[in-house]
Design a protein. Structure first.
Length: 130
């Protein structure tokens, strides 16, 4: 098996400056569209300042990958619950209910990679929500 990387011909590299993507709405808050990247991947940069904050229970019809840039989170993916910290990577398979919350003590920064050309989300009833 070859480990040599190959690149599609006639496809230029892409650079999206922080002000146009990851920091468009303040530090580590924004997104980069699949159109801007020229791929079928949508990237969301999320910041949750308050302990306990995070997205509601939801599903996507595609896989989603989470990279914890800094902070600590408690993830629920399907029937599994686990803690993730700086540098950890988690994945929620397509059509699997998932959510995460900031465990603190400071802000939680994540990069959420949606393996789809557009962001499609269905929010769900969460029996754990107050």
């Amino acid at each position: 098996m070859s480990t040599k990387a190959t690149r599609a011909p006639n496809r230029p590299p892409v650079l999206i400056r922080a002000g146009d993507g990851a920091h468009r709405n303040g530090p580590w808050s924004g997104s980069v569209s699949s159109k801007a990247l020229g791929t079928d991947t949508f990237v969301l940069f999320a910041r949750f300042d308050e302990v306990g904050s995070g997205p509601v229970l939801h599903v996507h019809p595609y896989d989603e990958i989470f990279v914890v840039k800094s902070g600590r989170a408690i993830f629920t993916v399907g029937g599994e619950t686990f803690e993730a910290g700086e540098g950890d990577v988690a994945m929620a398979p397509a059509n699997t209910p998932h959510k995460f919350k900031n465990l603190g003590p400071g802000p939680l920064y994540t990069m959420d990679i949606h393996l789809n050309g557009e962001w499609i989300q269905t929010d769900l009833y969460d029996p754990d929500a107050g």
